[in-house]
Design a protein around this ligand. Structure first.
Ligand code: OXD
Ligand code: MN
Length: 587
């Protein structure tokens, strides 16, 4: 009898029938060998070794370029435990139907066994996973995104304390693509896709969907949040976590180069996508970044929007579905003002200037080690995590939501997160620019009933003696002319500075029906060219718009039936009441 891990791997091999099984240790030599394999397969090229040392460009199957939520399932025993926002399949049916697709799926291929840690090796918040996969691209990506090898194996030892993840590319046919989560068993099965969010099982599948279930059972939180530290002129660093839907700028925000550096406000990076948080002995909510790399959206990234990542991706980086210049450098729309005259597009076709359509896929990505971020915080691997003083929710809203507001208290903050909405982006397959409710930016990632998830948030608030203050931001509000009102990027530090002041009981604010909104004097605006009219507009709370919003949130809440915590229904009623009061005072 082998260990539970050995037995599970043997089972997986018996089912998928690979020609060989290779255990991965995470060494550099292993990564290089994997790159050789990828290059030989023909969809991967090495980039300019002088300007982009140790960087590769991988071109995925054109049908496999984003997360596919329609084939992502929560396979809980009871349908009602998956809730109304998840696709559900019965575990037995899933095992049968998708099990059949795994039969012989690795024939003629190599099965790689990747033991990995989510979190620093010496943290009690860290959890272990093992992914078996037939994709060398997944292995090289996991080398960057997680901590692979010995430390994970040592932690598992003879126990069954690991999250198993079975992955195969299958035949890459979207009709035979499934991403399955078994929350009771803490098991993941993914077939038919090599795309990051579907195939790097440590990320969305484990660190969010399965971890959200573990977190609820064990009294912690697994959230779709970046983590950053804001240093003030005294040198004190205040930590904040922020949740935004996919491709709404979390990586840019986490790596922000503050435009207030000269006055002593500097941003430190800890994580760009996922935060695991647990109350610490000091009574604060502590966060770790379970990942070790960033899987960021390339288009629109440039020396202005994210100079830090532009420096970071100059070495040891995997580019996926970007375009390539004649000198074998990566390129994407928005990287430079003008496209280079000659390009190879994301599908490997030569295109010339003025060609139709983007040369890089709108969801093309870079995968870069976190340690390469120029402003990586010295605490990013701290086993105790960092104490979080502010939680920030945000979405892409052309209207309604002001630049920033502070919730009235934790319960109201949970309501703000639960009612969040955003316009969809290219990170998921489907229509772009459609507004959808995306509570806490977890709509695609919560592994259980969202009504219970809201309840867990409320419960956590009661358990944290010094809970973070909760805010909402919107960098994307537009004026009547359709132009963005706020410059964004490094200027967003002005909003973070206000948040910091509010956390410290300062910061000028007006109490509105939706919460505390900065007064125009409350924001530090020196050196910023924004007209008084635009400033007023970006901070404006329109009662009529918000009445409609409150109604829509109410309708959305109906989905959750009696699993919606009554506290949230009460918050919605209070908001409506406050809006009425303001409207009648004006009228
Ligand atoms: C991501 C996503 O890749 O949210 O982080 O889709
Ligand atoms: Mn994400």
């Amino acid at each position: 009898m082998g260990t539970p891990l050995e037995e599970w791997v043997e089972d997986a091999a018996r089912k998928t029938r690979p020609k060989q099984v290779v255990w991965c240790g995470g060494s550099e030599a292993e990564a290089q060998q994997m790159v050789e394999t990828l290059v030989a397969e023909g969809r991967t090229v090495r980039l300019n070794e002088r300007t982009y040392p140790n960087c590769i460009l991988h071109r995925s199957d054109p049908s496999d370029v984003a997360r596919t939520e329609q084939v992502t399932f929560i396979c809980s025993r009871r349908k009602e435990d998956a809730g109304p926002t998840n696709n559900w399949m019965a575990p037995e049916e899933a095992k049968q139907k998708v099990g059949a697709l795994f039969d012989g799926a690795m024939a003629g291929r190599t099965m790689y066994v990747v033991p990995y840690l989510m979190g620093p090796a010496d943290s009690s918040m860290t959890r272990v996973g093992v992914e078996v996969t037939d994709s060398p691209y997944v292995v090289v990506s996991m080398h960057i995104m997680a901590r692979i090898g010995k430390a994970a194996l040592e932690r598992i030892g003879k126990t069954s304390d690991f999250v198993p993840g079975l992955h195969s590319l299958g035949d890459l046919n979207p009709k035979r693509r499934f991403v399955l989560h078994f929350p009771e068993e803490k098991l993941i099965w993914s077939i038919g896709s090599g795309y990051g969010g579907n195939a790097l099982l440590g990320k969305k599948c484990f660190a969010l969907r399965i971890a959200s279930c573990m977190a609820r059972e064990q009294g912690w939180m697994a959230e779709h949040m970046l983590i950053l530290g804001l240093e003030d002129p005294s040198g004190k660093v205040t930590y904040m976590a922020a949740a935004f839907p996919s491709a709404c700028g979390k990586t840019n925000m986490a790596m922000m180069v503050s435009t207030l550096e000269d006055s002593g406000y500097r941003v430190w990076t800890l994580g760009d996508d996922i935060a695991w948080m647990q109350p610490g002995p000091d009574g604060y909510l502590h966060a770790i970044n379970p990942e070790a790399g960033f899987f960021g959206v390339a288009p629109g990234t440039n020396a202005l929007t994210n100079p830090n990542v532009m420096a970071a991706v100059k070495r040891n980086t995997i580019f996926t579905n970007v375009a390539m210049t004649a000198s074998r450098e990566p390129w994407w729309e928005g990287m430079t003002a003008e496209a280079p005259p000659e390009l190879t597009d994301w599908q490997g076709h030569k295109v010339s200037a003025g060609a139709q359509g983007p040369a890089a896929h709108p969801n093309s990505r870079y995968t870069v080690p976190a340690r390469q971020a120029p402003r990586i915080s010295s605490h990013w691997k701290d086993p105790a995590g960092v104490p979080i003083s502010a939680i920030i929710f945000g979405g892409r809203r052309a209207r309604v939501a002001p630049l920033v507001y502070q919730s009235l208290n934790w319960q109201h903050g949970v309501f703000v997160g639960a009612g969040m909405a955003s316009e969809t982006t290219a990170a998921i397959t489907g229509e772009v620019g459609v507004r959808r409710r995306d509570p806490m930016a977890m709509l695609p990632f919560c592994g259980y009933h969202m009504g219970d998830y809201f309840r867990h948030w409320l419960e956590m608030g009661r358990r944290i003696p010094h809970p973070p203050r909760i805010f909402h931001v919107n960098w994307f509000r537009k004026g009547p002319n359709g132009k963005f009102l706020w410059p964004g990027y490094g200027e967003n530090v002005r909003v973070l500075k206000w948040i910091l002041e509010r956390v410290n009981g300062k910061g000028l604010a007006e109490e509105t029906p939706i919460g505390f909104v900065p007064t125009p004097q409350g924001l530090t605006l020196d050196g910023l060219a924004i007209s008084a009219a635009d400033l007023k507009e970006v901070l404006r709370v329109d009662a009529a718009d918000w009445q409609k919003e409150a109604e829509e949130i109410g309708t959305f809440f109906n989905k959750f039936g009696d699993r919606l915590p009554p506290e949230l229904r009460a918050e919605q009623a209070h908001l409506t009441e406050r809006l009425h009061l303001v409207a009648s005072a004006k009228g």
